[in-house]
Structure formats: structure tokens, C-alpha cells
Design a protein around this ligand. Structure first.
Ligand SMILES: [Zn+2]
Ligand SMILES: [Zn+2]
Length: 83
């Protein structure tokens, strides 16, 4: 009877390289995708959907970027900047 809180979407794919990520990656304790996260933390848009690993359609404009997954919709630089 365990009820796990589902308050957060857990990414299972690296949104930079599209590789699979683990909990350790997300927590920042793994070095495997450290460089990917570093790039994403700067100005580079994600290339892959973190939820399904598909390649996203990325559009860059002066205000930032918009990345669209055909399954999961848009992610924008503004929405990512909140974390
Ligand atoms: Zn990666
Ligand atoms: Zn997706």
C-alpha cells in the first residue's frame, strides 16, 4: 500500500543527447550526462524530449527557444528557466 507522490515529471531521457538517464543522473551525482546538463543550463535548447527521447523540433528566436515534441508538446526556454 505505498502511495508515491506524483508531483513531478521524472525525465527518463537526456534532453541534450537523447540517452537514457537514471535517477542518479537527475540528482546530479552521475557524471555521465554532466556535460549535457551544463550545456542545457546555458543557452542551448534541448534536442530530445526528456519523456520519450524523440528528437524535438527546435526553433531558436531572440527571446529564447521553443522545442516541440510531437507527443508531449512544447517546451520553451521560459518554462525551463523556472527551475
Ligand atoms: Zn546526455
Ligand atoms: Zn516526448
Amino acid at each position: 500500500m505505498t502511495t508515491e507522490p506524483v508531483t513531478e515529471t521524472v525525465a527518463t531521457f537526456c534532453s541534450w543527447c537523447g540517452g537514457e538517464t537514471t535517477g542518479a543522473d537527475l540528482a546530479g551525482s552521475s557524471a555521465e550526462h554532466e556535460r549535457c546538463r551544463a550545456r542545457l543550463a546555458l543557452v542551448d535548447p534541448p534536442r530530445h524530449c526528456p519523456e520519450c527521447g524523440r528528437r524535438m523540433v527546435v526553433q531558436v528566436d531572440p527571446m529564447g527557444w521553443t522545442a516541440r515534441c510531437s507527443r508531449h508538446g512544447e517546451t520553451t526556454s521560459a518554462s525551463r528557466g523556472q527551475r
